[in-house]
Design a protein around this ligand. Structure first.
Ligand code: GLP
Length: 241
C-alpha cells in the first residue's frame, strides 16, 4: 500500500488524475472503475482539463461504476448516472455505450446484480478502480456489517450515510434508503486501486483503514489485503496519523 500525502484537495485531485492519465496512456482500451461523491470530483475536473488540452484520449476506454441509488432514474439530478454524465462523461470523448452505472430502476434486482457481476467480467475486469471513503469507512455503498458482501447487491443505507448524503438532496426524506453497489470481491478484483481521501471528517476512518484490524465493520480496512493500492490523502485526512 502506498500512502501519498497531498497538500490539499486540489493537490490530491491532480495526483489522482496523474495516475488515471498514466493508466489511460499505457492501456488506451483500459477499464476504469469509477466512483461518485465530492472526493473524486476534482480528479474528473483535472482529467477534463488535460483532455481539452489534447493530452488524453478516452475513445477506447470502458468504465463500470461502483454504485447507484435504488429508485432514482438516470435523469434524476442526484442519480450517480447523472453525476457521471455531467461531471465527466459529457466533457470527454468516451463512448457512452461503454460506460456502465448500475440501474437504480431495475425491477428484478437479484437478476440485475448477477448481470452486473457478469458485465464486469465480460469487459475484462477493472484495470484501475477509483474509490472514495464514506465517513463510516464504507466503499461503494458497502456499509459496516457483520460480513463482507461478495458481489453486486442491494443494500440498506445506514443512518450515518443518509445523514452524510442529505446535503445533495432537498431534505433528508428525499435521500433514497437503498442502493445497488458492487461488492467487496468486485472491488478487490481490480488490478489496481486508487483511493482519494480529503477532509478531517475522513481522518478517523482512514487511520483505522490503514492501521486497524481488517473487519467488515470498517469495509475499507479490507484494502490492506489488496496488492496494489495507492491512497492519496490531503493533510486534513491524514491529521490523525
Ligand atoms: C457515497 C458513495 C461513495 C463515496 C462516499 C463518500 O456514499 N456511495 O462511493 O465514496 O459517499 O462521498 P464523498 O466523497 O462525497 O465524501
Amino acid at each position: 500500500m502506498i500512502i501519498c500525502k497531498a497538500k490539499d484537495y486540489t493537490d490530491m485531485s491532480r495526483k489522482a488524475a496523474n495516475i488515471i492519465s498514466a493508466q489511460v496512456i499505457m492501456k488506451p482500451n483500459c477499464v476504469l472503475g469509477l466512483a461518485t461523491g465530492s472526493s473524486p470530483m476534482g480528479t474528473y475536473k483535472q482529467l477534463i482539463d488535460w483532455f481539452k488540452k489534447g493530452d488524453l484520449d478516452f475513445s477506447k476506454v470502458s468504465s463500470v461504476n461502483l454504485d447507484e441509488y435504488r429508485g432514482l432514474a438516470p435523469e434524476h439530478e442526484q442519480s450517480y448516472r447523472y453525476f457521471m454524465n455531467t461531471n465527466f462523461f459529457d466533457h470527454i470523448n468516451i463512448d457512452k455505450s461503454r460506460t456502465h452505472v448500475p440501474d437504480g430502476l431495475a425491477s428484478d434486482v437479484e437478476k440485475f446484480c448477477r448481470d452486473y457481476d457478469k458485465l464486469i467480467e465480460e469487459v475484462g475486469g477493472v484495470d484501475l478502480q477509483l474509490l472514495g471513503l464514506g465517513r463510516n469507512g464504507h466503499i461503494g455503498f458497502n456499509e459496516p456489517s457483520d460480513v463482507f458482501a461478495r458481489d453486486t447487491h442491494c443494500v440498506d443505507l445506514t443512518p450515518s450515510t443518509i445523514e452524510a448524503n442529505k446535503r445533495f438532496f432537498e431534505s433528508e426524506e428525499d435521500v433514497p434508503r437503498q442502493a445497488l453497489t458492487m461488492g467487496i470481491r468486485n472491488i478487490m478484483m481490480a488490478k489496481k486501486i486508487l483511493v482519494v481521501v480529503s477532509g478531517e471528517d475522513k481522518a478517523e476512518a482512514l487511520k483505522e483503514a490503514i492501521y486497524g484490524p481488517i473487519t467488515p465493520q470498517l469495509p475499507c480496512s479490507v484494502l490492506q489485503l489488496h496488492p496494489d493500492v495507492v491512497i492519496i490523502a490531503d493533510e486534513a485526512a491524514l491529521s490523525k496519523m
